[in-house]
Design a protein around this ligand. Sequence first.
Ligand code: HGY
Ligand code: MN
Ligand code: MN
Length: 407
Amino acid sequence: MPQINAERLLADLRHLRSIGAVDNGVVRPAFSEKDMEARRWLKAEYEAAGLEATIDGVGNVLGRSPNPGKAVLIGSHSDTQPTGGWLDGAMGVVYGLEVARALREDPETRHLAVDAVSLQDEESRFFGCMGSRSLCGFFTPEMEADAQDKDGVKLTDALRAAGLTDVPRIKLDRERYLGFLEAHIEQGPHLEQDDNNIGVVTSIVGLGGLHLTFEGQQNHAGTTMMSIRKDASAALYALANAINEEFPKVAGERSVWTMGRAVITPGAASIVPGYAELDLQYRDKSTDVLDAFEATVARLIEEINARGGAKVSAAPARVRVSPAHMDEGFRKHIAASAQKHAPEKWTEMPSGAFHDAGVISEFMPCAMLFIPSIGGISHDFAEDSHDDDIALGCQVLADATASILSE
Ligand code: HGY
Ligand code: MN
Ligand code: MN
């Protein structure tokens, strides 16, 4: 079976980390200088690995194998959160490169076709999983027209600044592929807590988000009596508290919800706020639970507006993403490879984080493999994993890829 080169794998991961490095983390938002520098480096690495490489019109980097026959596509995203970790996405991208090299270097597998990909904007600077949606033909002109980041930068301007405006966009050839494999850090505590080295993902959560707006009346904090205030912040706090009280009544076992961004204007201690915003995101493996969360918010907004204070309104913050099930056949290959390389130290598990495989699974069969995150930390500069786990995960993926392609 193919043998990955752990030293080369870790050296490439550390080089990628250096592009946009800040403290122990990485700041490489989609289409930033550092993001595009990383993509140009990956293109060169794909070419050195014998792949025909292209950076497409939304920044996806695709390395195509010259080998005939059905291919497996392996990769993830190399863009990061605003304060991102060095492995989120990047590890799966470099695994794709290393698995392509390892199979090419082994006489028994050098005829097999492994394509490698670095996807764009999985982290939703402009549009969640934009790159994988574009590759699958799911990124519509309507989605693109309004896309802008949280600072108001338009996607069209970011594409122009990155020199991509007139660059052709790749559409994957469905007939070429058996499917897509994505390796990722778990970004949670379960593998480490249960002393497992490998997670074989069963399903990926669905997610939804609402952008909530509170419009009141700015006024003097000393002379405006409480009974006549239209205090935007009071409505925001009331809704946030009510969500935390009511959501558990309709939640599933692993439901999560986050209110990670709030804006209160003008943000002065002696002024009754006249305007506020709140971003709410919720996730679950069941569409019914996601629907119940949205119905609960609609009911709570009605109740708060009936009080006559600030007026609350809601708008979708993102396109709803459905829960995704990973391919049973691929999962068997990954499980067999995990059992070979990490006997009894692997488990099947759902993914609480969202991934490009969640989008691509609507286009072709997908599977995911996790390695442990130290302390379960992610989306933070402190994100990290042990080198041995990183190397083991790549070897498990290489064997699984070879067995899928040889079946
Ligand atoms: O938020 C997520 O689940 C992913 O890490 N972007
Ligand atoms: Mn992430
Ligand atoms: Mn990720």
